[in-house]
Each structure stands twice: as structure tokens, then as C-alpha cells.
Ligand binder design. Structure first.
Ligand SMILES: [Zn+2]
Length: 123
């Protein structure tokens, strides 16, 4: 068993959404969306490619549908593998904006450190 919580041990950036199953994912919007001025969406998906396709088709969530309608761009900026609905709740409690590598350079540095720890442990 990995001693780290799943969201630290399984940090992956989406360089393409190939075969990601059972993931939490973070979407960053290029501009504020709707009345809540949301900049992020955090969700759970059994299949990320299918879920993203739904978001693109404005059938994944109200907020991505709204962004699509307004012409506000968005992308998946972070993915946590081996996740479940509990993980989604835990991540949402950490506030998505604090988890976004696009908005927060500290997350970028944290990721680099965790990747180093991860490779050091395997070696
Ligand atoms: Zn962001």
C-alpha cells in the first residue's frame, strides 16, 4: 500500500485524456462563468474521455454547458487517478482553486516534489 493519500500519490497532468478510468478531474475555465463567477469545476468520472466528451457536448454539467454557450474556453488541468466519490468530496473540501496548477504556482512545485519522492521510493 502506498502511504500517501491517493491525491498525492497519483497526481497526473492530462497530456491527453487516453485511458483514464475512475478519476477525479479539475477543469479550469479561461474566464469566470455564470453568476457564481466560477473558474473551476471538479468532478469524478468512471471514464474521463467519455465524461469530457459529454462536457464538450454540454451534457456533462450545467457549468461547462454555460461556458460552452458563452464561448469561454476550458481544459482539464489536473487528474487524480484511483479515485472515487469520497475522493471527490475530499478534493472539493480543499477548494479547487487551491489545486489548480494553472492558477497556483505552488501546486506546480508541490507536484515536482511529489514526483521526485515517488521515483525515489521506487528506486
Ligand atoms: Zn485555475
Amino acid at each position: 500500500m502506498d502511504a500517501l493519500p491517493f491525491w498525492e500519490s497519483q497526481i497526473v497532468y492530462s497530456r491527453g485524456v487516453d485511458d483514464y478510468q475512475n478519476v477525479c478531474y479539475l477543469i479550469h475555465f479561461d474566464g469566470p462563468v455564470g453568476n457564481s463567477k466560477a473558474q473551476h469545476y471538479l468532478g469524478f468520472a468512471k471514464s474521463l474521455p467519455e465524461r469530457i466528451a459529454k462536457h464538450r457536448a454540454s451534457k456533462g454539467s450545467a457549468i461547462t454547458a454555460r461556458a460552452n454557450k458563452l464561448g469561454i474556453g476550458w481544459r482539464v488541468v489536473r487528474v487524480w487517478r484511483n479515485a472515487d466519490a469520497d475522493a471527490e468530496v475530499a478534493l472539493k473540501s480543499m477548494l479547487p482553486k487551491n489545486l489548480c496548477p494553472h492558477c497556483n504556482k505552488r501546486v506546480e512545485r508541490q507536484k515536482a516534489r511529489l514526483e521526485y519522492q515517488s521515483s525515489a521510493r521506487v528506486a
